[in-house]
Design a protein around this ligand. Structure first.
Ligand code: GLY
Ligand code: MN
Ligand code: MN
Length: 439
């Protein structure tokens, strides 16, 4: 267990965070709680993204404390103790020595000493940064100590008078990706692209959707990804019109469309890619028409991404093209302005076009600032994922359109002079997709 040469970047992030909260503040961050799957079986543990971002520490039952200028050291960690017997069952722990030597803590304590030690930090702080609601058991313990330190304030002349959520600061930092973060994301995207190509190639009528999910999982794990960064959507035929379809248990038919929304997590960073392809065939003329509308919408949305553009701009660009396309195909009637103003297009396009992407698939960071759509800046990564979804029972469109769902999703980095489509190597033009599915 070590940080594989990444210790310096975690240290730099802590330094920036401490500068932002200084002086006279203590920040307390909890690790993610362990979650029970069923009975005595736990979900595979995944560290809280904010906690990992500042510590690189992956063990549960840990607390990180940041206290700029504190005489006992600015960065303290509370961790599980070394325990030979327990470690035989659940693996090696860093312990307090590891927390200091490998993870850069100035001081480390076993987690059971929290009540003994944390008050020493709190009693010297005017402001306490703590994210309420992540870990209710810890909330209770921390608040009790904060109340104690508050009660000491009259006698000591110092003590907490403000409780602040530290996530705003951490999330703003996470929104701007560093080179090392982009490298991990690129690897997640490369692996995901390979999974999409393999899935398109393998899909045939008569197979079950879960067989394709297995191909995706196989590619993720065999290339060193942790696994999917969110439950994979393998939606054939009419299932593609269900936005969060994850049952993945239908038998696929040749020539239907297959919507796959799947992205790997690599070294704590997510990819998020959707492709829609005909199963073992070329697109039918009708599928092709709809697909081209979504593709044109996606390209128009990507096209407007550059520093200074608004977060909303890609969405507005996509909606415009989708609405024009749906009018041309006879899916929507009336003027484009009216359709957009009344939002009647939402019957077929009911989600937004973009979200931030990073350690979390729907990553952190504000979308609106001071009441207005946020301006894009270099280093931000967002998805662009327009789609069209026509329910199998929709009686407002010609029957041939019913039961079709199409989405195309790429991950886009805002660069100094525009943008980079980080997932560009995953096939998406009609010719490139057909070369695989009907090759
Ligand atoms: N895969 C989740 C999303 O596209 O937002
Ligand atoms: Mn997405
Ligand atoms: Mn997605």
């Amino acid at each position: 267990m070590s940080l594989d040469g990444k210790a310096e970047s975690f240290k730099a992030r802590r330094k920036q965070f401490m500068t932002q909260i200084a002086p006279g503040a203590t920040a307390i961050l909890p690790s993610a709680p362990v979650a029970i799957r069923s009975g005595d079986v736990e979900f595979i543990y995944r560290q809280d993204s904010d906690f990992y971002y500042l510590t690189g520490f992956v063990e549960p039952e840990s607390v990180a404390v940041f206290s700029p200028g504190h005489p006992d050291g600015e960065f303290a960690m509370f961790v599980r103790p070394r325990d030979r017997e327990r470690e035989t069952w659940t693996g090696r722990r860093a312990g307090i020595e590891g927390a200091m030597i490998d993870y850069g803590a100035d001081k480390a304590y076993v987690i059971d000493e929290l009540e003994k030690v944390l008050p020493r930090y709190l009693e010297k702080s005017e402001r306490v940064h703590y994210p309420l609601g992540l870990n209710e058991k810890l909330d209770e313990r921390v608040l009790k100590m904060v109340r104690w330190a508050q009660a000491m304030r009259p006698r000591l002349g110092v003590g907490p008078s403000v409780l602040i959520d530290p996530r705003d600061l951490i999330h703003e930092a996470r929104l701007m990706k560093e080179e090392a973060e982009l490298a991990a994301m690129r690897r997640a995207m490369e692996i995901s692209g390979e999974a999409h190509r393999r899935a398109m190639m393998k899909a045939r009528g008569g197979m079950k959707e879960w067989q394709i999910e297995a191909e995706v999982d196989y590619t993720f794990r065999s290339k060193g990804a942790t696994g999917p960064s969110y439950p994979s959507i393998i939606a054939s035929g009419p299932n593609a019109a269900t936005l969060h379809y994850i049952n993945n248990d239908r038998e696929m038919r040749s020539g239907e469309l297959l919507l796959i929304d799947a992205g790997a997590e690599y070294d704590f960073y997510a990819a998020d890619i959707t492709r829609t392809s005909p199963i073992g065939a070329k697109f039918t003329p009708l599928q092709r028409d709809l697909y081209q509308v979504v593709l044109d919408a996606q390209l128009s949305a990507i096209d407007v991404i550059k520093p200074g553009a608004r977060f909303e701009d890609p969405h507005e660009a996509a909606v415009k093209v989708l609405v024009d396309g749906m009018r041309t195909l006879g899916i929507l009637q009336g003027s484009a302005d009216e359709i957009i103003e009344k939002g009647t297009y939402r019957r077929f396009y009911m989600h937004r076009t973009s979200h931030w992407l990073g350690m979390d698939v729907h990553d952190v960071g504000l979308y609106r600032v001071a009441g207005a759509s946020r301006m894009l800046e270099p280093g931000m990564v967002l998805t662009v994922e327009p789609g069209l979804y026509i329910d199998r029972e929709d009686d407002t469109v010609p029957e041939s359109f019913c039961g079709i769902g199409i989405r195309i999703e790429d991950d886009v980095l805002v660069t100094a002079d525009g943008h980079e489509v980080m997932t560009a190597s995953t096939p998406k033009t009609i010719a490139d997709v057909e070369a695989i599915t009907a090759g």
